[in-house]
Design a protein around this ligand. Sequence first.
Ligand SMILES: [Cu+2]
Length: 272
Amino acid sequence: MLFAALFLFSSLAAAQYGIPPPPPAPVAAAVPLAPADSPGHVNINVALSGFAFSPANVSAPNGTAVTFWFPNSGLEHSVTQSSFENPCTYLAATSNTSAGFDSGLTQGTQFTIVIQDDTKPIWFHCKQISHCGSFGMVGSINAPTTGSNTFDAFQAAANNIGAGEVSETDNGPVIGATVGVNAVASVAPTNTGNGALPSSAPSSAGANSQGGGAAPSASNPGSPAPQSSGAPTLSNSGSGASPSTTGAGTKIQASVGALLLGFFGMIVLAQM
Ligand SMILES: [Cu+2]
């Protein structure tokens, strides 16, 4: 009886410890930083899932503010205007056009451009080394949906560059009314973090003679509360921490179970 009881208890204990450990905590899914689009305001996540813009191809009429949301991930990215012909090369000025806009390499910030001519596509890429050529980290605004110059064709051209991508220098943001082709950025990347446009961003839409610039300012209801800026980051880290907490709880349960089993075994021994 004694040995049978001990055997039973040891089997139960083995069963307790034989429970396979919980599966490894899944890599926390990236939480989108960008809020939902609103009238006159399009939001794009940068590197939410892999080295990509999401969405990578949007249509945005004149006056629309397009905000890029850079995660604070320890790796900088950029939104750098380029051309269909040279997807991974900063758009230099020509005798007919100004140079492109460029957020410069950044993280934990938002960068907003305002569309000035929606009849022409705007092409851009990330200048971080190898992101454009090797990962196809490119995007477009108002790209043709048919023909040879679609977003897919643009990204394919970037991927064709591959490891042959030429490293680009980064001199910080290139902004202002004198740069940007078919779109302009008036504010360097900043962290407002709450979906509001930088206060001076909509004003550049006012330079757009075709109107439509009122919508972005309407979606920017003055000065939002600064303390809300940290919310997306907080919720992100919170979800990532929960799996390890679960694992610790399982271990504690197993230890308590073993203690109870030992105590019960001693009572049985005393009775015999
Ligand atoms: Cu990048």
